[in-house]
Design a protein around this ligand. Structure first.
Ligand code: ATP
Ligand code: MG
Length: 758
């Protein structure tokens, strides 16, 4: 009864409590953001442990990030009053659990338990060797492309013999399948596996060795999964293998067949094997509990299948489906805004969400306009400081960006302000691989004696300079007492090297000589761009087919753009050195900066969502590649962003952003227009931005811009206006040659845009 209920159950609402106490049989909690799904999972584990239904190692619990796993362990311990729960070895991400499984059964995958997990670089190098060994031209058939294909196959659980014929033929003159086999064999000899294997091998093992699978069926009394809407095909297969209890072949009907969406024409063999697995599903009850929200499915681009959640009751007949409708996280304004926005999506299950919170003091959702990303960063910084003065902690604030390049402006600004921040889920902007590489080129140009930088990029992109050659450069440098660059130039003219590395070194030396000369005559941003182009560095990422290369290219553009604010390459590099030196202390009170994707499941008192402009959010790439479903996934991402906020929510858009090296006038995201007027407050000062005004008066933000009869939005009066009203320092900041250049470009680009828009 209610009175005798343990403390951990008392705070729950009836639906939540049902989800916690229905421990037996399949349970799906399908509910919107902030309704307590994760809290239900945590409490459910606590309940299972506290009532002695299972011991800690008999529970398999999957979270989306390692951080979430750690937090969950802490909270469970808290709930049942045992401090941190140790000994829940099977609580983690799909990958961390996958490693553990594979270590136990490595020999069944042809590995030894001390196997190594290869990183992407290793994988690509290995594939390249195999491509060459097949007598194929690795320029025509890039190793990176094949690495991506492999990953896709493994994410679908497809082995070499199961990939579609067309797929197998599409690479390496029809040798795709052969290469896949050769690759897996090579991994075995190296006693290694790649990231995809962490799921793929266990799936193969479970299928091939029913006894092993049975062992886990006995072991895992309870299975729990958070963020179920974002499982991909391999994760889904893996889960189903573990969750099914065969009973000798009583089949489920074919109507549970998985709709073949994203993988049209590729998944046929996988479907066949899925079907036979399905045929073995029994009606024995399986204690699996999955929680998720179809409106928060944001990993479709990486193969996640939101359909998994929508057919749960077909996969697990007799499932209890529980809806949670009360949101505990956000104010009525935030919730109202988010619900209204997501209602623009067509392909959704549909859910009701309400909150009891009704405080007239609560702010509406703030929408702000800014001139460009620098001003946006300044204004966000000012707002954060204002909150600080009202005794808000930095830990309770987060900036969620659509693309990682956006972080740069905020990081720079916060360092200037001395405001602590931390970047979650990835390196800080200047610590990113591509940024470090680019900076290494610039450092050598600015200072030919910077050997560390030189060494970093002498063979980037790959120029066939092996370790032996680099050692030779070292030796020569030491013997001659000169920097490595100079030693390389000398070696390039001697006959100590074989023709190939010699030619490569000659090119490197000539490049740097030319760039160093240009340093005196060419504007530094222009030079920086030239360097990245002539060195082949930009092309290296353009030719890279992996999912993160477009983001890296964007970061490089942002790097160049940010240089405009500095007088010279040297003063820019000094700035970067100072930024890199800034401490990132985990214990300090600090603002979080992260991408929207990595914010899933988290919550903050105050959330800033910058960059709500067409082309950035929704991102052009998502629109180009995904069409309507791409747009809907972007909208779900916006929904995830909005629903991270508990109390304060600030959305920003800028009217000018540099895209593809040109300043362009941008229009506010359609998502801004999709927010309901009743819950939105257009920030004061909006009028100084001319055309934006009140978007709900004269129509949408977007059309407000085109109207108003201001032919030239960059006219001096508007410019002064913005500067005068918001930032005294505005004109100073831009009184640089870089700015004038940018402005010229911007006008050009803008004229074109205006031509097509009005
Ligand atoms: P998301 O979809 O964003 O992952 P969620 O459904 O997992 O959200 P939780 O993170 O579990 O939601 O809960 C949101 C917030 O509401 C948390 O701060 C949680 O502690 C609080 N909460 C959940 N249920 C209750 C409840 N019954 N009483 C009070 N607070 C609750
Ligand atoms: Mg959650």
């Amino acid at each position: 009864g209610q009175n005798g209920a343990p403390d951990y159950l008392k705070g729950l609402n009836p639906e939540q409590r049902l989800a916690v106490e229905t421990t037996e049989g399949p349970v799906l909690v399908l509910a919107g953001a902030g309704t307590g799904k994760t809290r239900v999972l945590t409490t459910r584990i606590a309940h299972i442990l506290a009532t002695g239904r299972a011991r800690p190692w008999e529970i398999l619990a999957v979270t989306f990030t390692n951080k979430a796993a750690r937090e969950m362990k802490q909270r469970i311990g808290h709930l049942i009053g045992e401090g941190d729960v140790e000994g829940m070895p099977w609580l983690g991400t799909f990958h961390s659990i996958g490693v553990k499984l594979l270590r136990r059964h490595a020999e069944l995958a042809g590995l030894k338990s001390g196997f190594t997990i290869l990183d992407t670089d290793d994988v690509v190098r290995l594939i390249k060797q195999l491509i060459q060994a097949e007598g194929l031209d690795d320029k025509r058939w890039p190793a990176k492309t094949f690495a991506q294909m492999l990953d896709n196959w493994k994410n679908k659980g497809l082995g070499p013999d199961e990939i579609a014929e067309g797929d197998a033929r599409s690479f390496g003159n029809g040798k795709g399948r052969q290469l896949y086999k050769a690759y897996q064999e090579r991994l075995q000899t190296l006693n290694s596996c790649d990231f995809g294997d962490l799921l793929y091998h266990p799936i193969r093992i479970f299928r091939a060795y029913p006894d092993v699978l049975k062992e886990y069926h006995r072991k895992f009394k309870y299975i729990l999964v958070d963020e179920y809407q974002d499982t991909n095909t391999a994760q889904y297969m893996w889960l189903r293998l573990l969750a099914q209890r065969p009973n000798g072949g009583r089949g489920a009907s074919a109507e549970g067949r998985k709709p073949d969406r994203a993988s049209a024409g590729q998944a046929a063999p996988a479907e066949a094997s899925e079907r036979s697995e399905r045929a073995a599903v029994s009606e024995n009850k399986v204690n699996i509990c999955c929680v998720g929200d179809d409106d928060q499915s944001i990993y479709g681009w990486r193969g996640a299948e939101v359909d998994n959640i929508l057919r749960f009751d077909k996969d697990f007949p007799g499932a209890t489906i529980i809806r949670l409708e009360r949101n505990y996280r956000s104010t009525a304004h935030i919730l109202g805004a988010a619900s209204h926005l997501i209602a623009h999506n067509e392909g959704r299950f549909g859910k009701t969400l309400f909150t009891d919170r009704d405080d007239p003091e609560d702010d509406k959702v703030h929408v702000h306009a800014a001139w460009d990303s620098e001003e946006e960063a300044r204004a966000v910084g000012d707002t954060i400081e204002a909150y600080q003065r009202q005794k808000h902690r930095l830990n309770d604030m987060a900036i969620l960006v659509r693309a990682s390049f956006q972080m740069r402006a905020f990081e720079d600004r916060f360092i200037t302000l001395g405001l602590n921040y931390r970047v979650i889920g990835g390196p800080r902007f200047y610590e990113r691989l591509e940024i470090r590489d680019a900076l290494a080129f610039f450092r050598v140009v600015a200072n030919g004696g910077d050997d560390l930088a030189f060494e970093r990029i002498v063979n980037t992109p790959k120029r066939g300079l092996g370790e032996a050659t680099i050692r030779q450069i070292h030796d020569t440098a030491r013997a001659m007492r000169v920097p490595m660059l100079e030693a390389a130039a000398t070696l390039a003219e001697s006959d100590e090297l074989k023709p190939k590395p010699r030619a490569a070194l000659r090119e490197v030396a000539a490049n740097f000589e030319r760039w160093q000369k240009a340093l005196e005559t060419t504007p530094h941003t222009e030079l920086a761009e030239t360097i990245l182009e002539e060195s082949g560095y930009t092309d290296m990422w353009k030719n890279d087919r992996s999912a993160d290369s477009p983001g890296r290219l964007e970061n490089l553009k942002e790097l160049i753009r940010s240089m405009e604010e500095y007088e010279s390459l040297r003063s820019f590099l000094e700035h970067v050195a100072l930024v890199m030196d800034a401490e990132q202390n985990a214990d300090q009170d600090a603002v979080s900066i992260m991408t929207l994707h990595s914010a899933k499941g988290l919550e903050f008192e105050t959330v800033f969502l910058p960059g709500w402009e067409e082309g950035l959010f929704p991102h052009q790439r998502a629109l180009d590649e995904g069409g309507r479903s791409g747009l809907e996934e972007e909208r779900r991402l916006a929904y995830v962003g909005l629903t991270r906020a508990k109390k304060n929510l600030h959305i920003w858009f800028v009217s000018n952003r540099q895209i593809h090296g040109l300043w362009q006038s941008t229009i506010p995201s359609r998502f801004v227009n999709e927010l309901p007027e009743t819950h939105v407050d257009v920030a004061e000062g909006g009028n100084s931005y001319g055309g934006y005004g009140n978007p709900y008066g004269g129509g949408s933000f977007a059309s407000g811009r085109g109207g108003g009869g201001r032919q030239n939005p960059y006219g001096a009066s508007r410019f002064d206006n913005v500067g005068a009203k918001d930032q005294g320092s505005f004109s100073n900041t831009y009184a640089t040659p870089g700015w004038q250049r940018a402005q010229a470009n911007r006008t050009e680009a803008t004229d074109r845009n205006w031509g097509t828009r009005s």
